[in-house]
Design a protein around this ligand. Structure first.
Ligand SMILES: [Zn+2]
Length: 86
């Protein structure tokens, strides 16, 4: 993304970095719908962010050091029981 292509407020020329706000953060002028995200777009963005946060939380939980020693012992026992050659 080229930052120089960021939209600007038609009232004051303030560069719009956060299009989730329906108003200019500098002068408070209402932004045209072509600049500000629509409610549906904002909802979609929030849903995507929620999903990303959940994925990150899952990644954290999946880290071996994050698991308790008890879980590790159970996993080791299961692996032992299911390993071939017994
Ligand atoms: Zn403005």
């Amino acid at each position: 993304m080229d930052p120089s292509s960021a939209p600007v407020c038609p009232a004051c020329g303030f560069r719009i970095f956060n299009r989730r706000y329906p108003k200019c953060e500098s002068c408070g002028a209402a932004l045209p719908q072509t600049l500000a995200y629509t409610a549906a777009e904002r909802r979609a963005l929030m849903a995507a962010e929620d999903e990303r946060e959940r994925a990150e939380a899952r990644a954290r939980d999946a880290r071996p050091e994050a698991n308790s020693a008890g879980d590790g012992a159970i996993l080791a026992a299961v692996l032992t029981m299911t390993s071939p050659g017994n």
